[in-house]
Design a protein around this ligand. Sequence first.
Ligand SMILES: Cc1cc2nc3c(=O)[nH]c(=O)nc-3n(C[C@H](O)[C@H](O)[C@H](O)COP(=O)(O)O)c2cc1C
Length: 392
Amino acid sequence: MSGSEERGTSDLVVHTKKIEIKVKGSGQECPHRTSAAAQGHPRPGSRGSFAPQDGRGRGRLVPACILPKPQSRYTTTAMTTSGESSHNPDLRVSVAGIELKNPIIAASGTFGYGVEFEDVVHLDKLGGFVVKGLSREPMIGNPPPRLWETAAGMLNAIGLQNIGAAAFLEEKLPKLRQIRNIVVLANIFGYTREDYERTIEILNDGEGIAAYELNVSCPNTSEGGLQFGCDPRSLDEVVTTAKRVARRPLIVKLSPNVTSIAQMAHIAQEAGADAISLINTFVAMAIDADTRKPRIANVTAGLSGPAIKPIALRMVYDAAHAVNIPVIGMGGISTAADVAEFMLAGASAVQIGTASYWDPCATEKIVDELQRWCEDRGVSRLADLVGGMILE
Ligand SMILES: Cc1cc2nc3c(=O)[nH]c(=O)nc-3n(C[C@H](O)[C@H](O)[C@H](O)COP(=O)(O)O)c2cc1C
Protein backbone atom coordinates (compact mmCIF):
# COMPACT_ATOMS: atom_id res chain seq x y z
CA MET A 1 0.00 0.00 0.00
CA SER A 2 2.87 2.32 0.60
CA GLY A 3 3.17 4.82 -2.16
CA SER A 4 -0.33 3.99 -3.40
CA GLU A 5 -2.57 6.80 -4.40
CA GLU A 6 -5.46 7.61 -2.13
CA ARG A 7 -8.68 8.81 -3.63
CA GLY A 8 -11.78 9.08 -1.55
CA THR A 9 -13.26 10.48 1.57
CA SER A 10 -12.27 9.83 5.14
CA ASP A 11 -14.79 7.02 5.30
CA LEU A 12 -13.93 5.39 1.99
CA VAL A 13 -10.27 5.16 1.17
CA VAL A 14 -9.40 3.38 -2.06
CA HIS A 15 -5.84 2.26 -2.67
CA THR A 16 -4.55 1.01 -5.99
CA LYS A 17 -3.52 -2.37 -4.62
CA LYS A 18 -6.10 -3.01 -2.01
CA ILE A 19 -9.42 -1.53 -1.06
CA GLU A 20 -9.73 -0.29 2.48
CA ILE A 21 -13.19 0.63 3.67
CA LYS A 22 -14.03 2.20 6.99
CA VAL A 23 -17.25 1.04 8.54
CA LYS A 24 -18.83 4.38 9.13
CA GLY A 25 -17.32 6.18 12.08
CA SER A 26 -15.89 3.04 13.67
CA GLY A 27 -12.25 3.63 12.89
CA GLN A 28 -12.32 0.13 11.39
CA GLU A 29 -10.81 -0.44 8.02
CA CYS A 30 -11.89 -3.41 5.92
CA PRO A 31 -9.34 -4.74 3.44
CA HIS A 32 -10.85 -6.43 0.42
CA ARG A 33 -8.63 -8.15 -1.97
CA THR A 34 -8.64 -7.21 -5.58
CA SER A 35 -5.47 -9.07 -6.37
CA ALA A 36 -4.42 -12.70 -6.88
CA ALA A 37 -6.99 -14.44 -4.71
CA ALA A 38 -9.81 -12.32 -6.06
CA GLN A 39 -8.91 -13.47 -9.53
CA GLY A 40 -9.12 -17.09 -8.47
CA HIS A 41 -5.47 -17.63 -7.64
CA PRO A 42 -5.30 -18.75 -4.05
CA ARG A 43 -2.08 -17.81 -2.33
CA PRO A 44 0.20 -20.44 -0.92
CA GLY A 45 -1.18 -21.43 2.46
CA SER A 46 -4.30 -19.38 1.98
CA ARG A 47 -7.59 -20.94 2.95
CA GLY A 48 -10.60 -20.65 0.74
CA SER A 49 -12.77 -20.24 3.79
CA PHE A 50 -11.09 -16.96 4.69
CA ALA A 51 -13.34 -15.57 2.02
CA PRO A 52 -16.98 -16.28 2.80
CA GLN A 53 -17.78 -19.98 2.40
CA ASP A 54 -20.39 -19.33 -0.24
CA GLY A 55 -17.70 -17.84 -2.45
CA ARG A 56 -19.43 -14.48 -2.67
CA GLY A 57 -16.29 -12.78 -1.46
CA ARG A 58 -14.27 -13.93 -4.43
CA GLY A 59 -13.75 -11.20 -6.93
CA ARG A 60 -16.30 -9.01 -5.25
CA LEU A 61 -15.44 -5.39 -5.73
CA VAL A 62 -18.40 -4.18 -3.71
CA PRO A 63 -17.23 -4.52 -0.14
CA ALA A 64 -19.45 -6.61 2.10
CA CYS A 65 -19.42 -3.70 4.58
CA ILE A 66 -22.00 -1.92 2.49
CA LEU A 67 -24.17 -4.93 1.72
CA PRO A 68 -27.54 -4.89 3.47
CA LYS A 69 -28.10 -6.94 6.58
CA PRO A 70 -29.50 -10.46 5.88
CA GLN A 71 -33.28 -10.24 5.55
CA SER A 72 -34.51 -12.93 7.89
CA ARG A 73 -34.50 -11.55 11.38
CA TYR A 74 -33.54 -14.69 13.16
CA THR A 75 -35.03 -15.32 16.54
CA THR A 76 -32.05 -15.93 18.75
CA THR A 77 -33.93 -18.67 20.43
CA ALA A 78 -31.99 -21.65 19.45
CA MET A 79 -32.63 -22.05 23.16
CA THR A 80 -35.51 -24.03 24.50
CA THR A 81 -36.38 -24.37 28.11
CA SER A 82 -35.37 -28.00 28.04
CA GLY A 83 -32.63 -27.50 25.45
CA GLU A 84 -32.77 -31.24 24.73
CA SER A 85 -33.72 -31.54 21.06
CA SER A 86 -30.99 -31.73 18.45
CA HIS A 87 -33.54 -30.11 16.10
CA ASN A 88 -33.47 -27.11 18.35
CA PRO A 89 -30.01 -27.31 19.88
CA ASP A 90 -29.24 -25.40 23.03
CA LEU A 91 -26.40 -23.03 22.13
CA ARG A 92 -26.30 -21.27 25.49
CA VAL A 93 -23.06 -20.97 27.38
CA SER A 94 -22.03 -19.26 30.58
CA VAL A 95 -18.77 -17.36 31.11
CA ALA A 96 -17.72 -15.64 34.33
CA GLY A 97 -21.34 -15.61 35.50
CA ILE A 98 -22.58 -14.07 32.26
CA GLU A 99 -25.23 -16.03 30.38
CA LEU A 100 -24.74 -15.91 26.61
CA LYS A 101 -27.38 -17.10 24.16
CA ASN A 102 -24.61 -18.65 22.09
CA PRO A 103 -20.79 -18.73 22.30
CA ILE A 104 -20.16 -16.31 19.41
CA ILE A 105 -18.62 -13.00 20.53
CA ALA A 106 -17.28 -10.35 18.15
CA ALA A 107 -13.65 -9.63 19.05
CA SER A 108 -12.28 -6.29 20.16
CA GLY A 109 -10.93 -4.00 17.47
CA THR A 110 -12.85 -5.73 14.70
CA PHE A 111 -16.38 -4.60 15.58
CA GLY A 112 -16.04 -0.89 16.34
CA TYR A 113 -18.16 0.06 19.33
CA GLY A 114 -20.94 -2.26 18.18
CA VAL A 115 -23.27 0.57 17.15
CA GLU A 116 -21.50 0.95 13.80
CA PHE A 117 -22.47 -2.64 12.96
CA GLU A 118 -26.11 -2.21 13.82
CA ASP A 119 -27.16 -1.86 10.18
CA VAL A 120 -25.12 -4.85 9.09
CA VAL A 121 -25.47 -7.44 11.84
CA HIS A 122 -28.41 -8.30 14.13
CA LEU A 123 -26.51 -7.53 17.31
CA ASP A 124 -29.07 -9.36 19.42
CA LYS A 125 -28.29 -12.57 17.59
CA LEU A 126 -24.72 -12.71 18.85
CA GLY A 127 -23.62 -14.13 22.17
CA GLY A 128 -22.03 -10.74 22.69
CA PHE A 129 -19.46 -8.32 21.36
CA VAL A 130 -16.32 -6.69 22.71
CA VAL A 131 -15.89 -3.02 21.94
CA LYS A 132 -12.68 -1.50 20.63
CA GLY A 133 -10.00 -1.23 23.32
CA LEU A 134 -10.67 1.78 25.58
CA SER A 135 -8.09 3.92 27.34
CA ARG A 136 -8.39 6.67 29.96
CA GLU A 137 -7.76 9.32 27.25
CA PRO A 138 -8.63 9.25 23.51
CA MET A 139 -5.89 7.96 21.21
CA ILE A 140 -5.35 8.65 17.52
CA GLY A 141 -3.42 5.46 16.77
CA ASN A 142 -0.52 4.84 14.40
CA PRO A 143 0.10 6.49 11.02
CA PRO A 144 -0.87 4.53 7.85
CA PRO A 145 -0.32 2.06 6.32
CA ARG A 146 -1.65 0.10 9.27
CA LEU A 147 -3.10 -3.01 7.60
CA TRP A 148 -1.58 -5.59 5.31
CA GLU A 149 -3.05 -8.82 4.03
CA THR A 150 -0.81 -11.87 4.39
CA ALA A 151 -1.28 -15.50 3.34
CA ALA A 152 -4.47 -16.48 5.17
CA GLY A 153 -4.13 -13.63 7.59
CA MET A 154 -3.79 -9.95 8.24
CA LEU A 155 -1.24 -7.65 9.84
CA ASN A 156 -2.52 -4.67 11.77
CA ALA A 157 -0.86 -1.86 13.64
CA ILE A 158 -3.89 0.33 14.31
CA GLY A 159 -2.22 1.46 17.51
CA LEU A 160 -5.26 1.14 19.74
CA GLN A 161 -7.02 4.18 18.29
CA ASN A 162 -10.09 4.92 20.39
CA ILE A 163 -12.36 7.67 21.66
CA GLY A 164 -11.49 7.17 25.32
CA ALA A 165 -13.52 5.63 28.14
CA ALA A 166 -15.48 8.78 29.06
CA ALA A 167 -16.58 9.45 25.46
CA PHE A 168 -17.61 5.80 25.15
CA LEU A 169 -19.96 6.24 28.11
CA GLU A 170 -21.35 9.47 26.74
CA GLU A 171 -21.60 8.76 23.01
CA LYS A 172 -21.83 5.00 22.45
CA LEU A 173 -23.21 3.28 25.53
CA PRO A 174 -26.58 5.14 25.56
CA LYS A 175 -27.20 3.93 21.98
CA LEU A 176 -26.23 0.38 22.91
CA ARG A 177 -28.58 0.49 25.89
CA GLN A 178 -31.48 1.05 23.51
CA ILE A 179 -30.84 -2.31 21.84
CA ARG A 180 -32.43 -5.12 23.78
CA ASN A 181 -30.99 -8.51 24.52
CA ILE A 182 -27.33 -7.79 23.81
CA VAL A 183 -24.18 -8.41 25.85
CA VAL A 184 -21.56 -5.66 25.71
CA LEU A 185 -18.03 -6.32 26.91
CA ALA A 186 -15.59 -3.43 27.36
CA ASN A 187 -11.98 -4.02 26.34
CA ILE A 188 -9.48 -1.94 28.33
CA PHE A 189 -5.82 -1.16 27.93
CA GLY A 190 -3.21 1.13 29.44
CA TYR A 191 0.48 1.86 29.62
CA THR A 192 0.71 1.91 33.39
CA ARG A 193 -1.21 0.21 36.17
CA GLU A 194 -2.75 3.58 37.02
CA ASP A 195 -4.06 3.82 33.43
CA TYR A 196 -5.92 0.54 33.83
CA GLU A 197 -7.19 1.54 37.25
CA ARG A 198 -8.49 4.91 36.09
CA THR A 199 -10.10 3.51 32.92
CA ILE A 200 -11.97 0.89 34.93
CA GLU A 201 -13.10 3.50 37.43
CA ILE A 202 -14.54 5.60 34.60
CA LEU A 203 -16.31 2.58 33.08
CA ASN A 204 -17.68 1.44 36.45
CA ASP A 205 -20.12 4.36 36.16
CA GLY A 206 -21.51 3.12 32.84
CA GLU A 207 -24.72 1.14 32.81
CA GLY A 208 -25.01 -1.75 30.39
CA ILE A 209 -21.51 -3.24 30.39
CA ALA A 210 -21.54 -6.95 31.22
CA ALA A 211 -17.82 -7.40 31.93
CA TYR A 212 -14.35 -6.00 31.35
CA GLU A 213 -11.80 -7.59 29.09
CA LEU A 214 -8.30 -6.53 30.10
CA ASN A 215 -5.91 -6.29 27.14
CA VAL A 216 -2.47 -6.83 28.66
CA SER A 217 -0.60 -6.70 25.36
CA CYS A 218 0.52 -3.09 25.72
CA PRO A 219 4.06 -2.13 26.60
CA ASN A 220 4.37 -1.22 30.25
CA THR A 221 6.10 2.14 29.92
CA SER A 222 6.99 2.38 33.57
CA GLU A 223 8.85 -0.94 33.25
CA GLY A 224 10.77 0.05 30.13
CA GLY A 225 8.39 -1.19 27.44
CA LEU A 226 7.98 -4.89 28.21
CA GLN A 227 4.39 -5.92 27.65
CA PHE A 228 2.35 -6.49 30.82
CA GLY A 229 1.16 -9.76 29.37
CA CYS A 230 4.67 -11.04 28.67
CA ASP A 231 6.10 -10.57 32.14
CA PRO A 232 4.71 -12.74 34.97
CA ARG A 233 5.23 -10.11 37.69
CA SER A 234 3.68 -7.27 35.66
CA LEU A 235 0.73 -9.49 34.71
CA ASP A 236 0.11 -10.38 38.33
CA GLU A 237 0.24 -6.72 39.38
CA VAL A 238 -2.01 -5.36 36.66
CA VAL A 239 -4.65 -8.07 37.14
CA THR A 240 -4.59 -7.63 40.92
CA THR A 241 -5.03 -3.86 40.49
CA ALA A 242 -7.83 -4.25 37.96
CA LYS A 243 -9.67 -6.80 40.08
CA ARG A 244 -9.52 -4.52 43.09
CA VAL A 245 -11.33 -1.68 41.29
CA ALA A 246 -13.56 -3.58 38.85
CA ARG A 247 -17.22 -3.70 39.75
CA ARG A 248 -17.86 -6.22 36.99
CA PRO A 249 -16.44 -9.63 36.06
CA LEU A 250 -12.89 -9.42 34.81
CA ILE A 251 -11.74 -11.31 31.71
CA VAL A 252 -7.97 -11.18 31.18
CA LYS A 253 -6.96 -11.33 27.51
CA LEU A 254 -3.61 -13.04 27.18
CA SER A 255 -0.84 -12.33 24.71
CA PRO A 256 0.45 -15.28 22.66
CA ASN A 257 3.93 -13.74 22.58
CA VAL A 258 5.10 -15.71 25.60
CA THR A 259 7.06 -18.89 26.26
CA SER A 260 4.46 -20.55 28.48
CA ILE A 261 0.82 -19.60 27.97
CA ALA A 262 -0.12 -22.06 30.74
CA GLN A 263 1.99 -20.10 33.23
CA MET A 264 0.45 -16.76 32.23
CA ALA A 265 -3.07 -18.21 32.37
CA HIS A 266 -2.42 -19.53 35.86
CA ILE A 267 -1.01 -16.19 37.01
CA ALA A 268 -4.08 -14.37 35.69
CA GLN A 269 -6.35 -16.77 37.55
CA GLU A 270 -4.44 -16.47 40.82
CA ALA A 271 -4.49 -12.67 40.55
CA GLY A 272 -8.29 -12.72 40.42
CA ALA A 273 -9.40 -13.13 36.79
CA ASP A 274 -12.94 -14.44 36.47
CA ALA A 275 -12.13 -15.77 33.00
CA ILE A 276 -9.30 -15.58 30.48
CA SER A 277 -9.51 -14.93 26.76
CA LEU A 278 -6.84 -15.78 24.22
CA ILE A 279 -5.17 -15.18 21.91
CA ASN A 280 -4.32 -11.65 20.94
CA THR A 281 -2.24 -11.15 17.79
CA PHE A 282 1.31 -12.41 17.18
CA VAL A 283 4.02 -9.81 16.70
CA ALA A 284 4.95 -10.07 13.01
CA MET A 285 6.03 -8.04 9.98
CA ALA A 286 6.12 -7.87 6.18
CA ILE A 287 8.55 -6.16 3.80
CA ASP A 288 8.05 -5.04 0.22
CA ALA A 289 11.09 -6.62 -1.44
CA ASP A 290 10.91 -4.18 -4.38
CA THR A 291 10.87 -0.96 -2.40
CA ARG A 292 12.73 -2.60 0.54
CA LYS A 293 10.34 -0.83 2.87
CA PRO A 294 8.15 -2.29 5.59
CA ARG A 295 4.52 -2.88 4.57
CA ILE A 296 3.38 -1.30 7.84
CA ALA A 297 4.52 2.16 8.91
CA ASN A 298 5.02 0.90 12.45
CA VAL A 299 7.32 -1.82 10.97
CA THR A 300 6.00 -4.55 13.28
CA ALA A 301 2.31 -5.42 13.55
CA GLY A 302 -0.07 -8.03 14.95
CA LEU A 303 -0.84 -11.11 12.86
CA SER A 304 -4.39 -12.47 13.01
CA GLY A 305 -6.74 -14.61 10.93
CA PRO A 306 -6.76 -18.28 9.84
CA ALA A 307 -2.95 -18.27 9.61
CA ILE A 308 -2.75 -18.31 13.41
CA LYS A 309 -5.59 -20.74 14.11
CA PRO A 310 -3.62 -23.93 14.81
CA ILE A 311 -1.32 -22.11 17.25
CA ALA A 312 -4.27 -20.39 18.91
CA LEU A 313 -5.99 -23.75 19.32
CA ARG A 314 -2.90 -25.26 20.96
CA MET A 315 -2.63 -22.26 23.30
CA VAL A 316 -6.29 -22.48 24.29
CA TYR A 317 -5.79 -26.18 24.98
CA ASP A 318 -2.70 -25.50 27.14
CA ALA A 319 -4.34 -22.60 28.99
CA ALA A 320 -7.56 -24.51 29.65
CA HIS A 321 -5.54 -27.25 31.32
CA ALA A 322 -3.80 -24.74 33.57
CA VAL A 323 -6.88 -23.01 35.03
CA ASN A 324 -10.29 -23.79 36.42
CA ILE A 325 -11.91 -20.52 35.32
CA PRO A 326 -13.67 -20.29 31.91
CA VAL A 327 -11.60 -19.76 28.78
CA ILE A 328 -12.70 -17.73 25.76
CA GLY A 329 -10.84 -18.87 22.64
CA MET A 330 -10.00 -16.93 19.52
CA GLY A 331 -7.54 -16.76 16.66
CA GLY A 332 -8.53 -17.35 13.06
CA ILE A 333 -12.03 -18.65 13.66
CA SER A 334 -14.20 -18.35 10.54
CA THR A 335 -16.52 -21.39 10.52
CA ALA A 336 -18.78 -23.33 12.89
CA ALA A 337 -16.34 -26.25 12.76
CA ASP A 338 -13.60 -23.87 13.97
CA VAL A 339 -15.84 -22.93 16.90
CA ALA A 340 -16.37 -26.59 17.74
CA GLU A 341 -12.60 -27.20 17.62
CA PHE A 342 -11.94 -24.40 20.14
CA MET A 343 -14.70 -25.67 22.43
CA LEU A 344 -13.34 -29.21 22.26
CA ALA A 345 -9.92 -27.78 23.19
CA GLY A 346 -11.49 -26.24 26.31
CA ALA A 347 -13.05 -22.90 25.36
CA SER A 348 -16.47 -22.09 26.84
CA ALA A 349 -17.02 -19.35 24.25
CA VAL A 350 -15.15 -17.91 21.28
CA GLN A 351 -14.45 -14.58 19.64
CA ILE A 352 -14.45 -13.81 15.94
CA GLY A 353 -12.10 -11.06 14.79
CA THR A 354 -10.49 -10.89 11.37
CA ALA A 355 -13.34 -12.84 9.74
CA SER A 356 -15.49 -9.71 10.22
CA TYR A 357 -13.03 -7.77 8.09
CA TRP A 358 -13.63 -10.14 5.23
CA ASP A 359 -17.34 -10.35 5.74
CA PRO A 360 -18.89 -7.97 8.28
CA CYS A 361 -21.78 -10.44 8.69
CA ALA A 362 -19.39 -13.28 9.61
CA THR A 363 -20.34 -13.36 13.30
CA GLU A 364 -24.05 -13.67 12.58
CA LYS A 365 -23.49 -16.22 9.82
CA ILE A 366 -21.39 -18.37 12.14
CA VAL A 367 -24.25 -18.40 14.68
CA ASP A 368 -26.57 -19.80 11.96
CA GLU A 369 -23.93 -22.23 10.80
CA LEU A 370 -23.30 -23.38 14.36
CA GLN A 371 -26.97 -24.15 14.83
CA ARG A 372 -26.97 -26.28 11.65
CA TRP A 373 -23.67 -27.89 12.67
CA CYS A 374 -25.29 -29.06 15.93
CA GLU A 375 -28.48 -30.19 14.21
CA ASP A 376 -26.57 -32.22 11.61
CA ARG A 377 -24.57 -33.99 14.30
CA GLY A 378 -27.31 -34.47 16.85
CA VAL A 379 -25.60 -32.18 19.38
CA SER A 380 -28.45 -31.10 21.63
CA ARG A 381 -26.38 -29.02 24.08
CA LEU A 382 -23.38 -27.19 22.68
CA ALA A 383 -21.82 -26.57 26.11
CA ASP A 384 -21.26 -30.35 26.38
CA LEU A 385 -18.46 -29.96 23.84
CA VAL A 386 -16.26 -27.91 26.18
CA GLY A 387 -12.99 -29.75 26.81
CA GLY A 388 -14.38 -32.82 25.07
CA MET A 389 -11.50 -33.69 22.75
CA ILE A 390 -11.10 -37.46 22.65
CA LEU A 391 -7.49 -38.56 22.98
CA GLU A 392 -7.57 -42.34 22.55
C1 LIG B 1 -7.60 -4.52 13.31
C2 LIG B 1 -7.54 -5.20 14.65
C3 LIG B 1 -7.65 -4.43 15.79
C4 LIG B 1 -7.59 -5.04 17.04
N1 LIG B 1 -7.74 -4.30 18.19
C5 LIG B 1 -7.74 -4.90 19.39
C6 LIG B 1 -7.99 -4.16 20.59
O1 LIG B 1 -8.26 -2.94 20.57
N2 LIG B 1 -7.93 -4.82 21.78
C7 LIG B 1 -7.67 -6.17 21.86
O2 LIG B 1 -7.64 -6.73 22.96
N3 LIG B 1 -7.47 -6.90 20.74
C8 LIG B 1 -7.50 -6.31 19.51
N4 LIG B 1 -7.32 -7.05 18.38
C9 LIG B 1 -7.09 -8.51 18.49
C10 LIG B 1 -8.38 -9.32 18.24
O3 LIG B 1 -9.38 -8.97 19.15
C11 LIG B 1 -8.09 -10.83 18.29
O4 LIG B 1 -7.58 -11.14 19.56
C12 LIG B 1 -7.09 -11.30 17.25
O5 LIG B 1 -7.24 -10.60 16.05
C13 LIG B 1 -7.18 -12.81 16.97
O6 LIG B 1 -8.46 -13.17 16.49
P1 LIG B 1 -8.82 -13.29 14.91
O7 LIG B 1 -7.73 -14.13 14.28
O8 LIG B 1 -10.18 -13.90 14.85
O9 LIG B 1 -8.79 -11.90 14.38
C14 LIG B 1 -7.38 -6.46 17.12
C15 LIG B 1 -7.28 -7.20 15.95
C16 LIG B 1 -7.37 -6.61 14.72
C17 LIG B 1 -7.27 -7.46 13.47
